[in-house]
Design a protein around this ligand. Sequence first.
Ligand code: OOB
Length: 546
Amino acid sequence: MTRVDPLVLDGFVPYPEEFAVRYRNQGYWIDQTHSEFLFQSIERNPEKVAIVAGDIQLTYAELGDRILRLAAGFQHLGIGRGDRVVLHLPNVADYVPLVFALYELGAIPVLALAAHQRHEIEYIVDFTQARAYVTVERHNGNDLAALAEDMKASSSTLEHTIILAPDGRGGDLDGLLSHGALTHRRRSLPSDVAFVQLSGGTTGRPKVIPHTHEANLTSVRSAVRHCGITSGTIQLIVLPLSHSFAMRSPGYLGVLGSGGTVVLSQNGSPDAAFSLIQKHRITDVSVVPPLALAWLNTSLKSDFDLTSLRVLRVGGAKFSATAARRVRSELGATLQQSFGMAEGLATFTNLDDAEEAITSYQGRPNSDGDEVRIIDDEGNEVARGESGHLLTRGPSTIRGYYRADQDNAECFTPDGYYVTGDIVCERADRYLEVVGRSKDQINRGGEKVAPEEVENLLLSHEGVHDVSVVGIADDVLGERVKALIVPRPGSDAQDLTLVGLRKFLRGRGLAAYKMPDVVELVEEFQKTSVGKISKRSQRESVVGPA
Ligand code: OOB
């Protein structure tokens, strides 16, 4: 067997040796990479259907074959161990084969969300020094082929662009598939960085989250146990595959590692999702609260046979207890709440918990190895039942963002706890209830928006003197994005309407979900007693005309 040395990746914050030893000794981390995790399942279940996307079906054997052919294609392009490749794909059939082709080589997929646009993608290609960019020709009206061309011309690292047809088929994929197949073997180590994700963030630019194979896979295995995933699971995936909830909590990784089937959809609306549930006898699905509400409130429920659905998992944002109580009687499924973060920690309610716990709380930490501290503003532990800031450390939580010393000093304590920015309260038995947030982030129905990022773009508008972006309460989404704007004297108010500003931001390539929903023009900002802009009063102020 060829010897594989650890990957050296500058800017990655490793786990201290003492913790790595502990996590291995206690069995949280095992000697396995993502490739080995999936190929074990491929060998056990060759004839079973692994992936369904529209009219495409891949058995486990076909999935394995496709991974090894794509890996040969990437290798032919010169992509290898440690190289970053930005994957910018909606939920298409080849998403999983492409990610695992990169894992096979020990290359590092950079998992962008399909909703990202030029503003986000240019930055992450540059920041991660990506050598290749994989996307579809166009998505949601955006010409991604043109973006790929522009980046290839301007970037000093980007050498290859791989463009699939809009439905995720063909295109450059055919070329990539034409170089034979690699043999599956170990080309990376469990302690290597496996992939990076992007944080919803609180700052002007998304932060980059690196996960090692062993740290990510421990969270997948624990989630499989808590979520009742088996080879009989048929999971519908409507959330973006690159989001942690759809990937590892328990996500497609949990299902494929267990020999189940994932059915992919780009659309979670009741009509699309319900017809897939009926057609494929779906047993399990994860959604964000606005989707759960849409499913509860539609009359379409009675037009479809949803009796196969056993678990409706809801997370990404707070699910109201009132809506939670309706799930069992109206959808016939057990609710499982999940609170998690791309940085690592995930919590789940247990499927057999009392209804009161399932509907009121967000669950217990996924792993016994997860350490949780809840502290007040002065840094002291709060009494059980009191709310405070959640800090966490554990076998699947990162120790730092990639190449971000300054952010790391703020977001991690010296002893390695991640400061989540969430306000929680610990109920009995390690049960957490999320009661609020201290970080400057807007949670728009599970999609995270960093106000500073939108503010920075709006400040580059010539009619804008000053701007503040805040989240305002919304019955369905939880929060919506509001921009308060102090116009520059003499500017044309016509440019500063909701329509005008959204057009401006679209021109700057900002993802659609970050766009303001409401704009209010003001003469000046209310300040706090120390002279800072009072975002709190802005969140509470009456919404003015858009
Ligand atoms: C998940 O991950 P991210 O990285 O998109 O967002 C993390 C943040 C948390 O810090 C919290 O502020 C919020 O999203 N959040 C919730 C929540 N789940 C996430 N807030 C209240 N209640 C919940 N149930 O969103 C994520 C990752 C893995 C599993 C599930 C969700």
